[in-house]
Design a protein. Sequence first.
Length: 204
Amino acid sequence: MEKKQELRIQLQAGDALVVVDVQNDFLPGGALGVSAGDRVIDPLNRAVLLFHQRGLPIFFSRDWHPTQHCSFKERNGPWPEHCVQNTPGAEFARDIMVPKEAIIISKGVLHDEEQYSTIYGRNSEWEELSRILDRLGIKRIFIGGLATDYCVLNTVLDALKLGFEAYVFTDGICAVNVNPGDEENALKQMTESGGHLITTDRLA
Ligand code: VGL
Ligand code: ZN
């Protein structure tokens, strides 16, 4: 047995936190509720606090769809209507801490384009996250949120493709599991692509 949990990860300049889609519609009771999705909130709040205390960049992504988005069933997409811009379901979960310095990244905002990856989401100035990360000299990205098998997975894979190191909080993610095994599969894809699975209690 590796004693992984005992190894502390020292946060440093060049680190950034990306909290993926912790929005009402992805929580239990939401339009696309991930069962037990609320378990990510406490661990992610701890991570947010640490990054905030160290003055490191924190990004909050949000699924931010127009009405009649191409991913909705009404347009033969796979999902029920969810995270429609400016509706309560699209708001960040009440209990997640969103510091005022955090940068909000919106994705899936175009009518005809699905976007699972936060990396190609955009800030309020329409600048892509990938460019913001480069501009800020980010090397390591720490990722948690919803859902493991969609937006978290795609964010991690794209970050790795672009040459970032990616650390995924296993206690800060939760899967939709449309098919049994999706979660396991997603974790496998992340590690096989070079991502690191860690728990938030290893952050120092
Ligand atoms: C997501 C399904 C549809 C996600 C977004 O954030 O993982 N999943 N839209
Ligand atoms: Zn969506």
